[in-house]
Design a protein around this ligand. Sequence first.
Ligand SMILES: [Zn+2]
Length: 184
Amino acid sequence: MHHEDKIDIAYAGGIGGIVILIILILLAVLCLRCCAPKPAEAAETVSAWQGIVVHHSGTNPTHTVSSITRYHTKTKRWEYCGYHFIIDQNGIVYGQGYTEFDGMRPINKAGAHARTGKPRSRNATHTGICLIGNNHFSEIQLKTLRILCMELIAEYPIESIERHHNACPGKGIDVEGLSEGLLK
Ligand SMILES: [Zn+2]
């Protein structure tokens, strides 16, 4: 009787050990999947943009292109800056063919700026422009946005200029007016 009890206890201990081991392995796998730095995804090549999505940085007006890019490439581990173009408060356009910068996204690569805000991602169909600032944009910055849109319309079969979502861009950028004026 005593002998059998001992066997049962040993057996129960064995099962418990296996269960704990399986739980530990599962936790380790989960931890590796979540915590390991993800490799940057290679952006797909795009030959013709169908639209433009306008954003704002939502930061103070002196925020820099390099700090936006650093956030995208180092923190988010994207291959390039999420946007194709950034316009600062002095009306300088940063992007390929304009003022070029480290980490800029080539114009023929899908962006990382409009995965949300519409039912479908617009990253591979719409080029992304971001204006630095938050609800206050300079006259030269808005004028430059208009000129950049005109240049993109001349270059690609652009059908629409769109907002990212209701709150992006913020106040002060009339995306609908821009679209009406340049495309209708
Ligand atoms: Zn946005």
